[in-house]
Design a protein around this ligand. Sequence first.
Ligand SMILES: Nc1ncnc2c1ncn2[C@@H]1O[C@H](COP(=O)(O)OP(=O)(O)OP(=O)(O)O)[C@@H](O)[C@H]1O
Length: 479
Amino acid sequence: MSIQNILVADDEESMRWVLSKALRKKGFNTDLARDGDEALRMIKANSYDLALLDIKMPGLSGLELLDKVKEERADLFVVIMTAEASMKNAVEAMKRGAYDYLTKPFDLSVIDAVVEKVSRARDMSCQVTLLKEELKDRYQLEKTIIGNSPAMRDVYKTIGKVAPSDVTVLIQGESGTGKELIARAIHYNSRRLGKPFIPLNCAAIPKELLESELFGFEKGSFTGASERKLGKFEQANGGTIFLDEIGDMPIDLQAKILRVLQEKEVTRTGGNQSIPVDVRIVAATNQDLEESVRKKAFREDLFYRLNVIPINLVPLRERREDVPLLVEYFLAKICAELEVPNKRCSAEAIKLLTGYNWPGNIRELENTIKRAVILSPDPLLVAGDFPGLTSKGADGKGEELSLEGIVDLKLRGSFSNMERMESGDVYSMVLEQVERPLIRFVLEKTRGNQVRAADILGINRNTLRKKITELGIEVVKQA
Ligand SMILES: Nc1ncnc2c1ncn2[C@@H]1O[C@H](COP(=O)(O)OP(=O)(O)OP(=O)(O)O)[C@@H](O)[C@H]1O
């Protein structure tokens, strides 16, 4: 990864002129700052690979600036320049994280050598960062996305298939189902790993500001635009931009996003230059985008561009078998974060958590566990430690879990491993297990009166008799 963009900050005009001429001749993009404050603003607004900073400048000195740079852009290589060959300054600069130190006057060949050295060091450091990221992210995918349900296993397969390419992905799912987590997993398992992952929630930013957030603006393009600002697309260059709640994107901006996808370039507000960007787009929504297309609230062409690979995250209530795993994971994570001894959930508490409807999905589950861990002094969390769930009822709407809900839960628990199911026997097996307790229950209530039982069930008397024999039900007649 060679150097492209260099900032030169020096209060001496002749020095700025000489350096910029020499560097531009070698093909580098060079920006110039007259003092420390200007340099800091430029560093914040642009992505430089190297900054040559004079130690003595009006406003922020080179060393003060160096401290700020280390806070803002720890990866920027800084070379400090000074007219005084004092050992003290040199040591101070290196201690504060400068990459090198040059004493003026210097020959231009010294500058060439420094740029070359920084270039090699950047390559090395990129490799190290990449390696670190890679290790971190393997850990992330394996450890942080929890869920073993068939629906989640399908999601993992899709991540594996799409991550290596640059294809656009549209993640759909209710709030709290893990859309951002999946977007990160795609980024960290792609070749863009080590480059920025920039999330932007389109619904959280006022419409008037969204355009400049996305595309940036030029200095002076409107009142208050005192400096150039890079938009999220430019910040994400080389990496991935995650456009959350894309359904809330105003229609005029949708056209601009389409242009980025087609032309791979952006124009800053107030600017007339097209800037090439290499960014992968992962978008997410909790709305029915096809419906928005029908209502003309979302551009059809953009929808098809984004929806190349759809990933649907099913709500937690439709993959309840993942709840116990998630509970275990969040208990360990939260106890470690809060530095409290590990806690467990009783079987009864797990049953309650599994039966709840989770309208806020995994985010709500995580918060619920956190609240219980904080409020309960005991190592074993029981159902009573989740009062919000018991009072609201198992489906979160103040009602008991429906019969269908219980059967659904039971089925998911029993058949979580579809691959192991025999073909051809499931339908009758499940019906039998529902029919038998149902008939037994009604016969019990009618004290063994088959005529009455058939009437309640709404089936023919002969059919009931046949079922009693087939299912081996014992009829106890009571007076
Ligand atoms: N499968 C999962 N395993 C572990 N943690 C998860 C999982 N899915 C989501 N989470 C956690 O739940 C929280 C919410 O996830 P995330 O922010 O990705 O959801 P979202 O769908 O993007 O929500 P929203 O639409 O509200 O922005 C995060 O803390 C995330 O780490």
